[in-house]
Write a protein that binds this ligand. Structure first.
Ligand code: BYC
Length: 473
């Protein structure tokens, strides 16, 4: 059992006090993080009490403490999952060898790159969401936003710890860089595309936590298989916190669908906009957008980077250890897509090269679960409409489909047709303005904005209509 030092300036279960040099380095990064949080973190509400869960342990039970705290007082700390006795590497060229506790020289660059890319997304999402507090639909939602934000801040700490502890001077420089790049910044943008998009309204926030945080789940799960044990254990614990972020997305969209269905029945129309609801066609366009930019986060479907990461033992597949194959994939093939003569075809590629597509396929299957839930609400309401995931080639900027114009149904269309239909397939400026017009902050206990249904229950056994954030001055 790793003991947790929760009283230390930086709460941790990595015996930080035993390593003075590292402790000093992280303590000098801490004020930089706090400056960033104040400048780029949630706008307003910093002096308000928010009902937050804070990680205090890594065991299965009771790992979190719940209390009203001011966000700047949140105890951001370093928590790695329990070590596994004699853990071995589960895939690639080093299969069966003991997991590394230190970074092997030959895999240093690959590991640093993966950790920096992962680390970069965490503060990026906080920056993207910083304006959402004042337009939150309820105190319950406001609290969930801040929970997600402080935990993304903790996930940044997780990656910064690895950089400082294992990558020397260039690790420290990379840690600085994580606070210097900013979402959407023209000169110093975040590394991955989706993290430079705006999250201007709460529908976008729920879509982001559903689709983009879910990429996080799959990437973290692949890194949790890493032969580099500190990275694996860090990601394993991050996944525990991440589950709530996707819950916010799944249930958030469910509640919007629920409210839309109620308004459709009440007014006997699909056009619920005049009644302050979000019509299903607009919801579908938001799904199309967020799903497609999130698919881009997987990189190209066939990738030598991914093959090298796998062969080296630094990044595995989702649930690598539960797969019944040889975990080296040297002779295996995997079906991938190609666009040939205007048609999408499936061809076999070496499985090692197709690892990004493999992970993307796992992700797509998992995305379907939310759609089933949302469509269940429509069906139970007697509404004959199905929300769908668009074709994987729709609106892609990375990989085999980039450079092709493909309809949500998967038909390759001309540039001309694309431009004619883009406003029907993707949120138009009119859609965005309309959704933005609904975003009026609601701060009274028990009240909620008219475009979304209340949640079925509250957080941590509290009622949903509870003072999750004490907003009074
Ligand atoms: N945008 O071989 P390729 C999360 C670059 S989300 C811009 O196709 P590879 C979270 C790529 O870097 C999870 N650039 O792909 C969610 C490479 O550049 P270099 C974040 C892109 O390397 C919500 C070149 O194109 N974690 O946690 O096999 C809230 C060719 O690359 C993009 C990770 O992603 C893009 N979309 O795979 C908070 C895990 N895609 O090297 C948090 C770590 C590719 O030629 N990252 N490029 O300069 C990785 O595993 C891989 O870097 C990627 C790319 C999957 C991202």
């Amino acid at each position: 059992m790793t003991t947790v030092d929760y009283q230390a300036r930086i709460p941790n279960n990595v015996d930080l006090s035993e390593n003075r040099r590292l402790q000093r380095a992280l303590e000098s990064w801490q004020p930089r993080f706090m400056d960033w949080w104040r400048e780029m973190g949630p706008e307003g509400f910093q002096d308000k009490d928010v009902y937050l869960r804070t990680a205090v342990d890594v065991g299965a039970e009771g790992w979190a403490q719940w209390d009203h705290v001011k966000m700047p007082d949140y105890r951001w700390g370093i928590f790695l999952a329990e070590p596994k006795q004699e853990r071995t590497i589960g895939f690639g060229e080093h299969l069966g060898q003991p997991a590394w506790q230190e970074v092997p020289g030959e895999h240093r660059n690959a590991l640093r790159r993966l950790i920096v890319v992962q680390g970069d997304t965490e503060p990026a999402s906080v920056e993207q969401q910083r304006h959402l507090g004042k337009i939150a639909p309820s105190l319950y939602d406001l609290r969930n936003l801040f929970q997600v934000n402080v935990e993304e801040g903790r996930h940044l700490w997780a990656m910064v710890y690895l950089l400082h502890a294992h990558f020397g001077r260039d690790g420290r420089e990379e840690a600085e860089g994580l606070l210097e790049r900013h979402s959407g910044d023209a000169d110093r943008p975040r590394i991955l595309g989706a993290f430079n998009e705006d999250t201007p309204d709460w529908l976008s926030f729920y879509m982001f936590t559903y689709f983009t945080d879910r990429d996080g789940k799959f990437q973290l799960a692949s890194l949790a298989e890493s032969g580099f044990d500190p990275l694996a254990r860090t990601c394993e614990f991050m996944l525990k916190e991440e589950a709530h972020h996707m819950f916010v997305g799944t249930t958030g969209i469910s509640r919007v669908v629920q409210r839309t269905a109620e308004l459709m029945l009440e007014h006997d129309t699909e056009d619920v906009r005049p009644f302050g609801g979000i019509d299903l066609a607009t919801l579908q366009r938001y799904i199309n957008f967020h799903y497609s930019v999130s698919l881009d986060l997987f990189g190209a479907e066939t990738s030598t980077n991914a093959a090298n990461y796998y062969a080296a033992g630094v990044k595995g597949r989702f649930r690598e250890r539960q797969r019944a194959d040889d975990h080296s994939l040297l002779d295996a093939t995997y079906p991938v897509h190609e666009v040939r003569a205007g048609v999408v075809e499936t061809v076999d590629a070496p499985a090692l090269l197709a690892l990004n597509q493999t992970l993307q396929d796992d992700y797509i299957r998992n995305c379907e679960s939310g759609l089933a839930q949302w469509n269940g609400i429509l069906k139970r309401s007697g509404i004959d409409f199905e929300l769908r995931l668009p074709h994987r080639g729709f609106h892609r900027g990375v990989g085999v489909f980039s450079g092709h114009t493909i309809s949500p149904e998967g038909r390759i269309v001309s540039q001309d047709e694309w431009h004619r239909f883009a406003g029907k397939w993707l949120p138009s400026s009119d859609d965005r303005l309309f959704v933005r017009s609904l975003m009026i902050g609601v701060r009274e206990v028990g009240r909620i904005a008219a475009w979304i249904a209340p949640p079925a229950k509250g957080i941590n056994d509290r009622p949903w209509d509870w003072e999750y954030v004490r907003t009074a001055d």
